[in-house]
Design a binder for this molecule. Structure first.
Ligand SMILES: Cc1cc2nc3c(=O)[nH]c(=O)nc-3n(C[C@H](O)[C@H](O)[C@H](O)COP(=O)(O)O)c2cc1C
Length: 250
């Protein structure tokens, strides 16, 4: 059996959980391919089942992820798993993908939430401590192991949020999405004394929001606030509101 783990990850939390799914499925003889939607344009269909995972941004999955799933997942009747990573215990995001997949004919066996450290601390709340990160990783490991077992036993595990929460989340996300577009432009700059021009930020931005020309960085109006550029910079050259940041490393 062969599965595709289709994901997006801004700062590595979701990718970490995807690797746990890969590890536990492979221990059970299922080979898994990790597919990062910000790098892969198309999907071939030769997988037995799918695992969908993304971070929560303002209660929902990022729009780029939802759009990718809508466009690239063809009609079918395969089994799947949907999970989100978020700082709290639940969010409305997986429900949106659940509806899209259901319409396409898929059977969602597992829909669940994996709590991971908050990667948005540059803007809101505190930076997670080493201990918080260690604990979250241990809990995620236990949960993923259990979810893989349930899936292989054909057990249904759908953890829902209310329809009201989802409807409200859609309204709030719309506002967040508009606000987010200019987030990098308004708040970020790059310290050119530290920048080594590796252009990792330019190449890895999921919306191609960062341009580099004439020795200068320019941010467009397509930011989704995923935090990838500032935390993945190898020399920590990114500046938020005029200040250096303490980078997130999982
Ligand atoms: C823009 C933004 C909005 C977020 N909104 C929420 C939220 O509404 N609820 C929540 O629990 N966590 C929220 N988070 C935290 C992330 O969902 C969490 O840290 C996630 O595991 C990050 O995954 P990643 O490293 O794969 O990007 C938010 C993070 C960002 C960057």
């Amino acid at each position: 059996m062969k599965a595709a783990i289709i994901y997006f990850s801004g700062t590595g939390n979701t990718e970490y959980v995807c690797k746990l799914f890969k590890k536990y499925f492979e221990e059970n003889g299922v080979s898994c391919v990790l597919i990062d939607v910000s790098k892969k344009k198309q999907l071939n269909d030769d997988y037995d089942f799918y695992i969908f995972g993304a971070p929560i941004h303002s209660e929902l999955f990022p729009k780029n992820y939802v759009d990718w799933v809508k466009q690239n997942i063809k009609q079918g009747d395969k089994k799947c798993i949907i999970f989100s990573t978020q700082a709290s215990d639940k969010a409305a995001g997986p429900f949106e993908i659940f509806n899209i997949l259901k319409e396409k004919g898929y059977k969602v066996l597992i829909q669940d939430f994996i709590s991971m450290p908050n990667n948005y601390y540059v803007v809101a709340f505190k930076k997670p401590t080493e201990e918080d990160i260690k604990k979250a990783k241990q809990e995620a490991d236990k949960k993923v192991k259990l979810l893989v077992k349930k899936f292989l036993d054909d057990e249904i595990n759908i953890v829902k949020v209310s329809k009201f929460r989802f409807k409200l989340a859609k309204i709030v996300y719309k506002m967040f999405y508009e606000y987010s577009k200019g987030w990098a432009k308004r708040n970020l700059s790059v310290d050119m004394k530290l920048c080594v021009k590796c252009l990792k930020c330019v190449k890895n931005c999921p919306t191609k929001n960062i341009k580099f020309s004439n020795d200068k960085f320019e941010f467009q109006n397509k930011c989704i606030s995923c935090q990838k550029c500032l935390h993945a910079c190898p020399t920590n050259a990114y500046i938020y509101k005029g200040k250096r940041i303490d980078q997130y490393k999982i």
